[in-house]
Design a binder for this molecule. Structure first.
Ligand code: SAH
Length: 361
């Protein structure tokens, strides 16, 4: 490289460092920036459409904006992608994306192939504050919330990375972190994800937010988004649940289920109740009967998740017989019960195995 050329790049990088990632702005913030520039607000939706629907990486490509407007945008902003640290691929086709964030921290998103579509499991925080005893992410402790852009970029970048972006139809917030503990950024991200005008146009019923049980937030979620709700109940009595999930001391089962009962369910939907099956802890016939009784007032379907082991965790996965017995008891009580055969266990991509420890397979 010639000296002039080197200088050019050094200056360009220095200028870019000062610029803001435009994806960090929500629609209102973009409108207000445009307003300061004396530009009509309808331009915001045009820009957002380039960024999300069309996945543009360069302001120069935004051809329905004037040259001057494009230049002003690139003077102020960058359009960033997350850095892919590596992608691990499982025998079953599951792909775990490990992203490195600007501050060096890592998060994971898991792309799960289903029969005719993909489901993407998203992270909402680096680490987690909930401290659930069976979950590896909990061992990281709470490091920080993800920004709206860091949440949305998991979808944007993975859509951009796969051959048939349209086949990514379902999103679940079941990766690292407690989504309802990062409420503002979660809702802002879901707005872009579900917006049909300029966003990714995911149907609300194909987006699921899973919570450890932050009961006080459920009504907000029902009001602010059209997403589905999944609740990690994981035990059918308060003693067991408090031992497994510290949040139960703040919002015990009755309080949590009361909030579930009031959650607004759109057209024929049901709440997904998740239940991690742990050998000799919560997998007895009595537990199944108690669970059936507890859930009677709730329009729900049950998702049983046999425990996925990780090093240093004393819990065990129940035998196949115990898993099926638990399911049968609930089916006999007329519940819809799925056993979640978590995918990607060989690459530590299954439920409760995400820790972004950076170990390459
Ligand atoms: N914080 C949210 C979302 C992340 S956890 C929540 O608690 O719902 C996603 C699901 O994985 C939860 O239902 C959780 O109970 C389950 N899970 C966590 N660790 C697990 C493990 N080791 N094996 C199986 N499921 C696990």
């Amino acid at each position: 490289m010639k000296k002039d050329e080197r200088l050019f790049w050094v200056f360009k990088i220095m200028l870019d460092i000062k610029k803001q990632n435009i994806l960090e702005l929500d629609r209102d913030e973009l409108i207000s920036w445009l307003d300061d520039q004396g530009v009509e607000s309808y331009r915001a939706d045009q820009i957002l459409k380039w960024l999300y629907t069309r996945q543009t990486d360069l302001f120069e490509q935004m051809t329905n904006l004037s040259k001057d407007m494009r230049a002003r945008l690139s003077d102020h902003f960058t359009i960033d992608r997350l850095t892919i640290d590596h992608i691990a691929t499982s025998k079953d086709g599951t792909r775990k994306y490990v992203f490195q964030l600007k501050d060096g921290k890592r998060i994971e998103s898991v792309l799960i192939p289903e029969r005719d579509h993909y489901t993407l499991c998203l992270s909402s925080q680096v680490g987690c504050a909930q401290g659930c005893g069976f979950c590896l992410t909990a061992k990281m402790g709470m490091q920080r919330n993800l920004s709206m852009a860091e949440i949305v970029s998991q979808v944007r970048d993975i859509k951009n990375d796969i051959k048939d972006p349209k086949s990514l139809t379902n999103l679940v917030f079941m990766g690292m972190g407690e989504p309802l503990a990062n409420y503002r950024n979660l809702v802002a991200a879901i707005q872009i994800i579900t917006d049909g005008e300029f966003g990714f146009a995911f149907a609300g019923r194909r987006v699921t937010v899973s919570t450890a049980g932050l009961a006080s937030r459920l009504a907000d979620l029902g009001r602010d988004t059209r997403a589905n709700l999944a609740v990690s109940l994981n035990a059918a009595d308060n003693d067991t649940r408090s031992r497994l999930m510290p949040i139960n001391r703040k919002y015990p089962i009755a309080k949590l289920l009361e909030a579930c009962r009031h959650f607004p369910l759109r057209g024929g939907r049901r709440i997904t109740i998740e239940y991690v099956l742990l050998k000799d802890v919560n997998d007895s016939a009595d537990d199944a009967h108690r669970l059936a009784k507890l859930l009677r007032p709730i329009k729900s379907k049950i998702n049983l998740i046999p425990f996925n082991p990780h090093p240093g965790c004393a819990y065990q996965r129940p035998s196949e017989d115990a898993i099926l017995r638990f399911q049968d008891i609930l089916i006999a009580k007329n519940y819809t019960v799925m056993i979640r055969r978590s995918k990607g266990r060989d690459i530590s991509a299954a439920c409760g195995q995400l820790a972004a420890h950076g170990l390459r397979p």
